[in-house]
Design a protein around this ligand. Sequence first.
Ligand SMILES: [Zn+2]
Length: 350
Amino acid sequence: MKDRHLPLILGGAAGAFALASLFGRRAAAAPEAPDLAAPLFELGRPVETDVHAIVSSGWARPRGDRLHRALDIPMPEGTPVLAVDAGTVIRAKTTATGDAGRWVGVSHASGLISRYIHLSRTLVSVGQVVARGEKVGLSGNTGRSSGPHLHLDLRVPAAMLVAVERAAGKPRSGWGPEMKPYGYSVPGEPWVPVDEYRAIVKREAAEQGIPLLTVAAHRNAGLVYRPVGARGEPYPEWLRSIKGSSGVYVIRERDRDGDPVTVYVGESHSSRLYETLTRHFQEWRRWKGFWRDQYGEGHDPGLTYPRDKVDVAIKVTTSSAAIDEEARLIRRLKPRDNLIGQPALEEVPF
Ligand SMILES: [Zn+2]
């Protein structure tokens, strides 16, 4: 099934949460400066939206002579645990032995590895490719755990620490020690959207200089707009990195004065975000009737835009969240070209 290009406005709030660019540390003088590091670290929730995810213990909490370099999120045993990003399962420990008990590790295209620890059950196997938001296990209380919770940590190879530091700052206690083959622990607080943090976590995060990311902040985070190069050039790496993802995109065109005009918001809920977005830059195919001939009526790419005159922002989402997120962005941004030929875009008053 192809993605829709003439979106309807849906009444419901978005169910799952998508990533947005986070807590950008951009200078006030240059609000649109490309932040190349940001999209690599946009993660999704580790639990469904009906689970109230409160972090009870965060990166800085001492545990004996060590710091606890992870997020602890209490939840009833058996709660589905979701991959915070698309990736490949690199570990699925199915026995409840050892400190970690049952756990799953997922390696992401960004270079991050997310680990889901103390599970009651694993639902994936090594080598399996998982989507963002896909269930990887059920939460539990296995291993060295004092109560039912998810222990979620993020690890990166040493070479990525500079990029992490640029995007989120370096915690005062330094990065977590390397743990082969999973790399250094990095704080999950700036990356993983949760509902709340306990006061002690807030205090310690402030002391460590670690930004906190709540779902509300996540949803309202600014979009990062970047150029997509000129006709004939390869697409930039950040854009190619969305291949295989679902999500939404926003296209802005620079007017004669160089001011940005939001022209189009689109989505893919079938892991074709890259293809759906880049169709808007394939003018030659349009003239040749390519889409109609190849795919039949109704699959025209819609409006096309000159690549060298636009900037694009993307948000990778779960496939189930893409349509709601698109509707939300259309309401918020009022793109010029989504409105053409559309029925009146009215908010449903509830
Ligand atoms: Zn923990």
